[in-house]
Design a protein around this ligand. Structure first.
Ligand code: ADP
Length: 876
């Protein structure tokens, strides 16, 4: 074998069509990779790199994996962002004359996976396409072929790119196609993608007429007109380019209802949550861990089905702005909340429903086996019971859901009469169908079953005839049926026996009669297997005609699951139903931060939120760690939860319907995007000033922190002034700039709050209670003490602070004071230092345990005494 062998030529020809992908080339029972692909595969999959023609001067690098265990390897490569071409033998190697025929059977890319093993259950897997016309007009298509979800949108004018960027954050594409190098650059930056990876440029972007043809070909003739796509050429172009790409990958189920409908959407038809806000509020990902764990989504996800989980994520990312629809969702949650027993039954039934949505996708691609159909049968039975159960409910949404679940009795009985209860995984070996389903299968099955008796009779007859008692009939894969005679009896073997195989102690024979029987038996088995395969294909395509109903059921089950999950959360954490006020007030009693209250180390202290016409801009001061961020974020989280149709963590909540929520955090590090911290902070603030409306909620956490005190304070102040007079959006502003508390009374809407703390000796106790007014101390050093900063450093810090404050007062107060710090330096740490010195002197190698204990006792006593003295000096 060398580079010019027929097989290598065949390989090269296919590789040339897909130079950017790894070509896995079937050779017998293996997928083999050659040349550079082999090196990549060996490195990424941790397999041996060998070579073809090892002895030759120029051996071909080779790596291979057995086909039967290829799935895990494919997963690994896709997970790392590689694209894979599977090229398989399409004729029986034994019967091929010359070179075996091979064809590309599948092209796998990270964005086009349908195999459930490779997919995360609770998230969609999106292939996203972004096309552009200039720098302020974009079209976007997002398709999840594992669920059939196909959406397009377009954004025009100022802020168009920012909106697309928010969508990219929300969709978290597994694969991204771009219409131009400029867009590719922007996307790369937005998703912090390195060179290469999951992003590439489109090779073909259809013109309007071709886009129309592609879209009409995939859906129906009316789609174009119904969605008025003539008016949205970039949305259409992104959608059509995606279709063309899928066609190229052979991943488009032609003439199929898989992509149920084309969904044209606009981001401003929901509450807008930009990507910075989503990140800062940790809606779907936690800042610390980066994953779902620790996020709001994780907390409220009490769904029991995969479809429910995916829908819940979408609802959280796209809360509603229509009061009527929100109320409808809330009614349903409320009913389920108040009917815990029925809810439990519902949960139990739903828990046994499998991922119907992804099943439908695999059905469209004909990638299901008999076990999948058996699982579908179970799910159909669950659906029937669910539908029956749901009739007990009165909430309109629950009624609507029940009413839209189709009747699957026919489909259930079709599968039930066809398939055995526990069918084998392989479709090629028969054994799939129940007796009575097909006469011919039954006949062939009987034939091969009868053959056992026939063989036993034959064995008995031959034993008697030859008088060889130990004669036995056996079977093996390579030689088929044989008569085995031990060596000692060879003299008795009848003359018409033909030798087949010689073993150490025995010889194996056949006869014409046995051969005839063998042909009959294996013939029957093969025929049965082939017939069953054909029947299965028929069954699969009949099931395929139910796809639309199945998808509709899947959607309704997802809604039901989301609703029961939210009721479950509301009950578990004691949430209340929000009320949407017709005015614009936001009044919450006993509001809590849903995540901190569950994960914090101390009992959560609830606080009220009160914002109305006269106080819509709350300036919140207080020491570090007091709970400012937690408080202001809880206002945003409550609103988002309410508008997605969930109950909220509070005892009473009157809320406005918000059009947008902004959450900005000062000085957040964003080095990955190569921008200075302050620049990022200002860009983020600028976007609020441009886009916020009186119906928005703005959360500003320590804005202005990323620059020098003067700059930061001035910017913070002018931002507040602008919001107060021009935007009038509800705003919660936490700050350590004490000067900003002077705005109350001067600026309309501004009201000061602080989070109370209590001092005990040198300790600060956080009360977590929001009270009107302003903080009078910073307590920074006390917090440092709590955090375990060494004593010597604390003492030095206090000295510096004292000097600074003195300097400021002698200089006529020109120096910005931040918050006035602890008024007198508590410089009397000298006694504690003495304890430290004593500790340093202990020689741990010589001291006995008893002496050590005595020493600790003595030192501790000393420290406690000092503390008592201090407490006596300071007023409580
Ligand atoms: P700040 O923004 O004032 O520095 P944070 O809001 O980050 O303070 O709160 C610091 C910590 O205090 C939080 O991580 C949380 O554990 C706790 N905390 C905050 N608010 C409360 C509260 N209302 N009840 C109980 N613990 C709280």
């Amino acid at each position: 074998m060398n580079r010019t062998s027929p097989m290598m030529k065949q390989y090269q020809a296919i590789k040339e069509q897909h130079p950017d992908k790894l070509l896995m080339f079937q050779v017998g029972d293996f997928y083999e990779l050659f040349f550079e692909d082999a090196r990549v595969a060996a490195r990424e999959m941790d397999i041996a790199l060998t070579s073809r023609d090892a002895g030759s001067e120029d051996p071909i690098p080779l790596a291979g994996v057995p086909i039967h265990s290829a799935e895990a390897y494919l997963n690994r490569l896709l997970g790392k962002g590689y694209k894979i071409v599977l090229c398989e033998q399409v004729e029986d190697a034994g019967q091929a004359r010359g070179l075996v025929k091979r064809e590309i059977t599948r092209i796998l890319t990270p964005g086009t996976i349908t195999d459930p093993e490779m997919l995360e259950e609770s998230r969609n897997n999106y292939l996203v396409t972004v096309v552009d016309r200039g720098s302020d007009y974009y079209g976007l298509a997002a398709v999840d072929i594992s669920t059939g979800d196909f959406q397009v949108t377009e954004q025009k004018g100022e802020g168009a790119w920012e909106n697309i960027a928010d969508e990219l954050y929300r969709l978290q594409p597994s694969e991204l196609l771009c219409g131009s190098p400029e867009t590719e650059q922007l996307c790369r930056k937005q998703l912090a993608l390195k060179q290469g990876g999951l992003i590439e440029q489109l090779t073909y972007i259809p013109e309007q007429q071709d886009a129309k043809k592609l879209i009409q070909g995939q859906w129906d003739d009316h789609t174009w007109e119904n969605l008025d796509l003539e008016q949205y050429p970039l949305a259409a172009s992104a959608g059509a380019a995606t279709l063309a790409y899928l066609q190229l990958l052979q991943q488009l189920p032609v003439g199929d209802k898989h992509f149920r409908r084309l969904n044209l959407y606009f981001t401003n038809r929901n509450m807008i949550i930009d990507n910075v806000t989503s990140r800062n509020l940790e809606l779907t990902r936690s800042l610390r861990e980066g994953g779902k764990k620790g996020s709001l989504l994780d907390l409220i996800d009490r769904c029991v089905t995969a479809m429910g989980r995916r829908l819940l994520r979408r609802r959280l990312e796209l809360p509603l702005i229509k009061k009527k629809t929100i109320e409808k969702r809330l009614d349903a949650v409320e009913e389920l909340l108040h009917k815990p027993l029925q809810r439990k039954e519902l949960r139990n039934l739903l828990a046994d429903v499998f991922d119907l949505e992804r099943f439908c996708s695999r059905l469209s691609y004909q990638r299901i086996n008999a076990r999948d159909l058996a699982a579908l049968k179970k799910t159909l039975a669950q659906i029937e019971m669910l539908e029956y159960k749901c009739r007990e409910f009165d909430a309109p949404l629950l009624k609507e859901i029940t009413g839209s679940i189709p009747d699957f009795k026919d489909l259930h009985s079709l599968i039930d009469t066809a398939l055995v209860e526990d069918p084998p995984l392989s479709l090629k070996d028969g054994g799939l169908f129940k007796s009575g389903y097909n006469e011919e299968v039954d006949r062939l099955k009987n034939l091969s079953e009868e053959s056992n008796t026939l063989l036993l009779d034959f064995e008995k007859k031959e034993r008697e005839r030859s008088r060889i008692k130990s004669l036995r009939i056996g079977y093996n894969r390579n030689f088929g049926y044989y008569i085995e005679v031990t060596k000692t009896n060879l003299s008795l073997v009848p003359p018409e026996y033909h030798r087949k195989q010689t073993l150490v102690n025995a010889e194996r024979f056949t006869t014409e009669e046995l051969q005839r029987m063998e042909e009959q038996i294996t013939g029957a088995r093969e025929k049965q297997a082939a017939l069953e395969y054909t029947l299965f294909e028929e069954l699969r395509s009949t099931v395929g005609t139910y796809t639309e109903q199945l998808l509709s059921a899947s959607h309704n089950l997802a809604r039901l699951d989301c609703t029961q999950g939210l009721a479950e959360v509301a009950e578990r954490h004691g949430y209340c139903r929000p009320v949407f006020s017709s005015g614009k007030n936001m009044i919450v009693k006993q509001a809590r931060h849903p995540v901190v209250e569950q994960t914090g180390f101390e009992r959560f202290v609830p606080n009220d939120i009160h914002m109305d016409r006269s106080q819509y801009l709350l300036v919140i001061t207080g020491p570090n760690m007091a709970g400012k961020s937690t408080y202001i974020r809880s206002a945003a989280l409550l609103s988002i939860m309410a508008q997605m149709g969930s109950f909220v963590p509070g005892s009473e909540a009157k809320l406005p319907v918000l059009d947008r929520v902004f959450a900005r955090v000062g000085a957040s590090d964003d080095l990955s995007r190569g921008q200075s911290t302050f620049m990022v902070e200002m860009q983020e603030t600028a976007s609020i000033l441009k886009e916020a409306t009186p119906d928005s909620l703005i959360i500003l956490d320590e804005i202005g922190r990323g620059t020098s005190t003067y700059d930061g304070m001035s910017i913070a102040r002018s931002v507040l002034e602008y919001i107060s007079s021009d935007i009038k959006a509800k705003t919660l502003f936490s700050t350590h700039y004490h000067e900003l508390t002077n705005l109350e009374g001067d600026l309309p809407g501004v009201k000061n709050y602080t989070i109370a703390v209590k001092e005990k000796g040198r300790q600060v106790i956080f009360l977590r209670q929001l009270i009107p007014g302003k903080a009078d101390k910073s307590y920074g050093i006390n917090v440092a003490r709590l955090a375990g900063v060494p004593l010597e450093v604390l003492i030095r810090a206090e000295k510096i602070l004292y000097e600074l404050e003195n300097a400021a007062s002698t200089a006529g107060g020109h120096q910005l004071s931040l918050l006035p710090m602890v008024s007198e330096p508590v410089s009397d740490y000298s006694r504690e230092l003495d304890v430290v010195e004593q500790l340093k002197e202990v020689d741990v190698n010589r001291i006995t345990p008893l002496e050590a204990l005595e020493k600790i006792y003595e030192l501790q006593k000393q420290l406690l005494e000092y503390e008592r003295e201090d407490a006596g000096k300071e007023p409580d």
